[in-house]
Design a protein around this ligand. Sequence first.
Ligand code: NAI
Ligand code: PYR
Ligand code: MG
Length: 621
Amino acid sequence: MFSTVPRSLLCCTNAIGPNRALAYVLSKCPALEPTSVLCREYHEVTGNIICPNVVRGIDHLRDPRLNKGLAFTLEERQALGIHGLLAAKFKTQEEQLDICRISIDRYEDNLNKYLYLVELQDRNEKLFFRLLAENIEKYLPIVYTPTVGLACQRFGLIYRRPRGLFITINDKGHIFNILKNWPEPDVRAIVFTDGERILGLGDLGAYGMGIPVGKLSLYTALAGIKPHQCLPITLDVGTDNQDLLEDPLYIGLRQRRVRGKEYDEFIDEFMEACVQRYGQNTLLQFEDFALPNAGRLLKKYRNKYCTFNDDIQGTASVAVAGLMAAVRVTKRKLSENIYLFLGAGSAANGIANLTVSAMVAEGLSERQARERVYMFDVDGLLSTRREGGVPEHAKVFGKDIEPEKDFEACVAKIKPSCLIGCSTVGGAFTTNVLKQMAKNTERPVIFALSNPTSKAECTAQDAYDHTEGRCIFASGSPFPPVNFNGKEFRPGQGNNSYIFPGVALGVIATATHHISENMFLTAARTLANYVSEDDLSIGRIYPSLAEVKEVSVAIAIEVAKTAYDEGLVSIYPTPTDLSQHMRSYLYNFCYECQLPDMFPWPECSKVSYKNAKGRHFPCHI
Ligand SMILES: NC(=O)C1=CN([C@@H]2O[C@H](COP(=O)(O)OP(=O)(O)OC[C@H]3O[C@@H](n4cnc5c(N)ncnc54)[C@H](O)[C@@H]3O)[C@@H](O)[C@H]2O)C=CC1
Ligand SMILES: CC(=O)C(=O)O
Ligand SMILES: [Mg+2]
């Protein structure tokens, strides 16, 4: 018998469900009342929320992490005290998956499909993730781009159950305490946004929460990172979106964005609080920050924390992978292309810099490589002679040439072989631009990377139609298959979702403490190597989405090797079998038995446990 609750005892009760766990702990600790102190201790160790007054078998149905619905066996129903709370039928997880698919298919509206999936995640976590992981092609466009963009725009309307943390500028000075309110103690990765550049939709303030939630769903579905290790956060510093400030449904701080010193101090405190709460290896993924902050904050924190900016580095990696795979079709090395970017922001600079690194690896000097890269932003071609000059964040890509504000004229003058859109301007690759690309080279590469679909620089159909079917096309959001002259093309999705889940898995599984640029080049090469001749023959420069889980593990392994080579990991000695090591980290999408190991419990009666003060605590309710 114990007078205090030993941690080992609390740990071993994790699997058996709260009411039995509590009864067992109390049977070992007769001096204890099931007070909030006990609750806190239990909660700290197991991550389960437990309160003696409300702990009941029904919590196994209400907790999405435990709930299996009709898949609970008779034994489990009896042992956990939920017999009778479910209909008599026993179902397999496979039968439940069928029902989910039928239910979703009944909705015509994608936002309703999104809501069904949100509700499923809130109800039965394993079923949600297995459904997503086994039907990526079908449901990725719902939980991710484009539908997640719509969900963010309507967030005030669809907001029901909270998911993740909202930390506002008013919480400055108390961020650590807010992190402590999150019930999971073992967080390994945090994806966070301040909502200022949500996809290509602009400033959506607190409505941006859909993005970190969606990205972290992909951590689990595409790379098997355990959901309890993932935490989505929105940093609410206000919004400059007038429509939202006037939107009666808006759920965020109704004030203009805080900027400057106060904003920087807030982000500083947030970064520090995360590592104080969850440890220095906590992966901190910046997502959808606007241009003035994205690159600046990456530079500030990249050598201090385990952090990366997905829009800069993840996007760079997926785009370079596509360019590498395209070499097999165009027969032009990366260093033989001329690149023109529409947009000169976070994504464009990330891609351009990594492409330069890849060209340097092919033998060019950095200067020679940069000479092959042109950019065009909202003020025209990045010419050193233009009024106002070249913005600081893209200075290295400015050229000493005639300024040009007409994009079509630029495409004709510069004659790029690769055209890369990261501009947020839907339809900016006009018929004339695409026709000019077909004149520039036999196999033009055309990437319309802006999200969601409405912001894509051109559609897949337009790209093939206006280049006589000769282009190599990829887009950030999915397009349906294209028919051109009787041939079907199925272009791939050039989206960082091919990269960030695998990078995150590699980083988490090796407790990497800093993320290097080299890791993203490694990830790009790994992804490009997965592209088969069959993929290329249907116009796809990425592996099929059905393969993405395998690709993520392969990326994780290669990223881990790079991290070991660069001395950035905390797990030593180096695992002899990195593949096995990686796989041992993966989430089990199938239901697990919830019967307590030692059931029936010898120390307490099957009906109730009586504590030292004579109070009864039921084992089964
Ligand atoms: N496919 C993918 O994996 C990813 C796609 N993206 C998409 O790329 C787009 C851009 O993202 P960021 O670079 O982070 O944004 P950003 O705000 O940093 O950059 C946008 C750039 O577009 C330029 N621009 C705006 N209007 C223009 C116009 N009318 N003509 C020419 N240039 C114009 C701006 O001057 C700026 O240089 C977004 O739509 C985003 O969804 C971003 C990250 C990943
Ligand atoms: C895909 C992504 O990260 C974006 O569009 O921002
Ligand atoms: Mg993003």
